[in-house]
Design a protein around this ligand. Sequence first.
Ligand code: COA
Length: 148
Amino acid sequence: MRQTPPLPSFPPPDTMNQPATVSALPEGKNPALRVVPMPADANVHGDVFGGWIMAQVDIAGSIPAVGRAQGRVATVAVNSFLFKHPVFVGDLVSFYAEVLKTGRTSITVSVEVYAQRMRHTNEIVKVTEATLTYVATDENRQPRVLPA
Ligand SMILES: CC(C)(COP(=O)(O)OP(=O)(O)OC[C@H]1O[C@@H](n2cnc3c(N)ncnc32)[C@H](O)[C@@H]1OP(=O)(O)O)[C@@H](O)C(=O)NCCC(=O)NCCS
């Protein structure tokens, strides 16, 4: 009879050796988004794909942008993106987003991402930071002046 190969263990054994950068989530702030990545979001090593994190960051950043724009926005630029530490399947990932600056039609948002290693040490690690710019758009998908 064919043997089923063992499932990879998530997170991988060297998780314990990941240096911690913080031990607590930002005080007095609410995350725009919290989500637990699933095995389908990871590569064979158990690390979550960068593209999955980027998609969640875009969603999280759009939340304060939509609030400021009081309506629809489109992402016009990813100004910076730093993957400082890996994210693992089963981590509780929190995305903190806040408006940094606004222009005539644009809103620039910073997003900070923290992973709580739920399946091992419970340690909290700041894994990613990014800055994105959104543009308020009208029903024709054209730039719209921000409301006061
Ligand atoms: C977003 C979009 C409507 C903007 O239209 P546009 O004609 O390029 O707009 P403008 O050149 O007038 O620029 C609009 C604002 O974006 C800012 N902007 C444009 N390019 C930028 C860049 N690379 N980085 C930062 N800001 C930028 C401009 O400075 C301007 O801001 P301000 O009005 O506050 O001064 C258009 O580019 C678009 O539809 N892009 C595709 C969006 C998309 O599909 N995103 C992914 C899915 S949401």
